[in-house]
Design a protein around this ligand. Structure first.
Ligand SMILES: Cc1cc2nc3c(=O)[nH]c(=O)nc-3n(C[C@H](O)[C@H](O)[C@H](O)COP(=O)(O)OP(=O)(O)OC[C@H]3O[C@@H](n4cnc5c(N)ncnc54)[C@H](O)[C@@H]3O)c2cc1C
Length: 419
């Protein structure tokens, strides 16, 4: 198998379309969306749903299986690569906006990673319906963040009705509101709730449940006010005796002497960490391009061909930022290429996220530093990108946790041996 660094033509066309969206829909309203936290831009949501469907994808960003059309020339699968390219470009426009692009998000990624073929067919098909639809994933709890095996949410089977009864508190759910609240203009979304069916079994007892929008007993209790990605809603959700059909448990409903449920959670993150990395790199590219544009307006052009000792300090810093950005993007490409080719990518996925978390934070910070007042002023979006950047290093595994995952993979230690 070979790795091809040339983006396939359909991907380039999609990138051009998304750049137009980013420039004409996102950037002009970026500041407004940042200031009016949690506002819902229906025009954008409806436009993106239609546009993505017209380009042959699902109605938005969803990890649907990539199969070349019947009779079409044989080519390698590019489903995750396509998502990474789309996400990088949308995040270049505005990462908060990207997080409210309709599609499956983390919820669909969990179905893809932990669901049976029937569940995938059932729950993922709805992203191609007439209305835009969202899905979210609820893992984090007040007492369980980095250590996902500490979750206390509980699911008990009611054998009389063949339903699961779920109780628990979930916090920091990205797109939780749009996925769970029933809005007239949205299709029926869902949240994937991780809970234990047998706390004494530890990780083996963990399962993911699809909880449909509007399920009685489930409430959005809070929308977070945040440093960055303020266009995106981040919800706290409480579940009190919420009833879910038996078949909504993803994968196997029985507790075997295995860690199937926990593996499903980890498989979700293997798939999505490179995509989080891609979103961060979109923000970093926006900051770097803005920096170069402003330097140019002030008569500073980067003289790429010169030996390093003949460059000014600013030129050297800009070149170093470009190196960081490009090398980080290559790590993302490798991780998504592995996912597309069904190779185990736990190491590469976490590595790409660690690197992108650092790069995104450093590049945006350096751009603010070099431009001084121009970087600090709210007249420009750079100060916002600086705030938007930090989340890359926090959600879907913090930098520290992903470093642990990388170390375990390289050294061959288990989670219990290296923590
Ligand atoms: C905006 C936003 C959106 C989010 N979206 C979602 C979502 O959609 N779904 C969801 O389930 N969760 C979501 N999260 C939660 C996110 O994944 C967690 O915040 C993250 O995993 C860290 O968990 P924690 O906040 O409990 O921190 P903790 O686990 O308490 O960690 C605190 C600090 O200690 C460090 N630390 C912890 N353990 C170790 C260790 N063993 N070694 C070294 N350092 C360690 C961490 O790196 C961190 O710096 C979101 C969070 C935010 C802020």
């Amino acid at each position: 198998m070979t790795i091809d660094f040339e983006a396939p033509k359909p991907l380039v066309n999609m990138q051009t379309m998304l750049q137009t969206v980013a420039e004409n829909m996102m950037r002009p309203t970026s500041r407004e969306m940042d200031e009016n936290e949690h506002a819902i831009p229906w025009d954008y949501i409806e436009f993106m749903h239609t546009a993505m469907r017209s380009m042959g994808g699902a109605g938005g960003l969803a990890p649907v299986e990539d199969k070349p059309k019947e009779g079409a020339e044989k080519r390698p699968p590019i489903g995750y690569q396509k998502l990474a390219v789309q996400i990088e470009m949308l995040a270049w426009g505005d990462v908060g906006y990207y997080l409210i692009t309709p599609g499956g998000g983390l919820g669909a990624a969990a179905v893809q990673a932990a669901g049976t073929p029937e569940q995938k067919a059932k729950f993922l098909a709805r992203f191609n319906d007439d209305k835009p639809t969202f899905a979210a994933m609820c893992m984090t709890e007040p007492g369980a963040g980095s250590d996902t095996s500490a979750i206390r949410a509980r699911a008990v089977l009611d054998e009389k009705t063949n339903e699961w009864i779920i109780n628990g508190e979930k916090i920091f759910v990205t797109a939780g509101d749009k996925s769970f609240t029933e809005y007239e203009k949205l299709g029926k979304g869902f949240i994937v709730v991780w809970a234990s069916i047998d706390p004494s079994a530890g990780r083996a007892g963990m399962r993911a449940f699809v909880v449909e929008a509007g399920t009685p007993g489930v409430k959005i209790t809070k929308l977070e006010h945040k440093l960055g990605i303020r266009a995106s809603d981040t919800a706290a959700i409480s579940l009190v005796d919420a009833r879910v059909p038996f078949e909504n448990v993803l994968g196997s409903p029985t507790v075997e002497k295995s860690t199937t449920g926990f593996k499903g959670a980890m498989a979700t993150f293997d798939a999505t960490r490179p995509l989080v990395a891609a979103s961060g790199l979109g923000v970093a590219r926006a900051a770097l391009e803005f920096l170069k544009e402003k330097l140019k307006e002030n008569g500073v052009e980067i003289r790429y061909g010169l030996p390093r000792q003949k460059l000014t300090n600013i030129e050297r810093e800009v070149i170093d930022m470009e190196i960081m950005l490009k090398s980080s993007w290559l790590m993302v490409l490798k991780a998504v290429w592995m996912a597309d080719n069904k190779k185990s990518n736990a190491l590469e996925s976490s590595m790409s996220k660690v690197k992108a978390g650092d790069v995104t934070t450093k590049v945006t910070q350096k751009a603010v530093e070099i431009l001084g007042p121009l970087g600090y002023s709210r007249e420009f979006l750079l100060e916002k990108w600086f705030r938007d950047a930090k989340i890359t290093d926090i959600y879907e595994g913090t930098g520290q946790i992903n470093r642990l995952v990388v170390a375990r993979q390289i050294l061959g230690y288990t989670g219990a041996e290296l923590r």
